[in-house]
Ligand binder design. Structure first.
Ligand code: HEC
Ligand code: HEC
Ligand code: HEC
Length: 133
């Protein structure tokens, strides 16, 4: 019959070899998913749970844009008792003020480059515009 003494270690070694590109890569680059800087202004909640945001923030942004553009009116969203106007600058960046250490650090890792910032302002740019105008 089977010899447990060799099959189990054999399996373990097999699994290690098959998955080695994954964990070796994580080990050598010192990271899996980057640690992003969460809001520093005391906010504890996002517009949805963190898990849901990680998976679905792109769709949520599209829905928001449609809500705003179709309804003409600014639609609002309530987080932790505070009202925000639905918008990239007016909600997301209100809490996630550091685009580089939040959105960008994760997007670099995932190799995505949202083109949103061609038109939408980051908090830093918005501040300089206010100063100069
Ligand atoms: C070509 C320019 C342009 C690009 C690129 C662009 N937008 Fe917009 N977006 C606009 C304009 C114009 C409005 C309408 C602003 C208003 O009604 O005040 C808008 C409105 C929105 C709104 C609703 C209100 C607001 O001001 O945030 C959301 C959300 C939004 N865009 C998300 C995105 C996302 C996400 C991306 C990237 C995937 C993106 N947009 C790329 C021009 C652009
Ligand atoms: C009221 C402040 C606030 C607003 C508005 C907000 N966030 Fe958040 N966001 C947070 C906080 C706080 C967390 C951490 C929540 C946690 O860990 O449970 C978070 C978590 C996240 C995460 C998960 C990060 C991770 O890996 O742990 C993503 C992605 C995210 N937000 C994107 C967005 C986007 C995109 C918008 C706009 C559509 C937005 N957030 C609007 C406060 C906010
Ligand atoms: C925890 C990691 C993480 C954080 C933080 C994060 N994103 Fe993303 N984002 C992703 C990943 C991964 C994708 C690609 C998802 C896919 O293609 O299915 C993505 C895609 C997007 C897209 C769609 C781009 C495209 O070309 O399809 C938009 C828009 C976007 N993110 C906006 C934001 C904004 C704005 C913030 C900061 C407020 C943010 N994200 C923070 C991980 C993150």
């Amino acid at each position: 019959m089977y010899n447990k003494g060799t099959i189990i270690p054999g399996l373990a070694i097999f699994v290690l070899i098959v998955t080695s590109p994954l964990w070796l890569n994580a080990f050598m680059t010192g990271s899996t998913v980057p640690k992003v800087e969460l809001p520093q202004g005391g906010e504890k909640q996002c517009v949805a749970s963190a898990t849901e945001m990680r998976a679905n923030h792109m769709q949520l942004l599209n829905e928001w844009r449609d809500d705003v553009l179709r309804d003409g009116n600014r639609v609002t969203v309530m987080v932790d008792g505070k009202v925000y106007r639905k918008g990239l600058q007016m909600a997301c960046m209100e809490c996630h003020t550091n685009k580089e250490k939040f959105c960008d650090s994760c997007h670099e890792y995932a190799s995505v480059k949202p083109y949103c910032w061609d038109c939408h302002l980051t908090p830093e740019l918005a501040a300089t515009k206010k100063e100069t105008h």
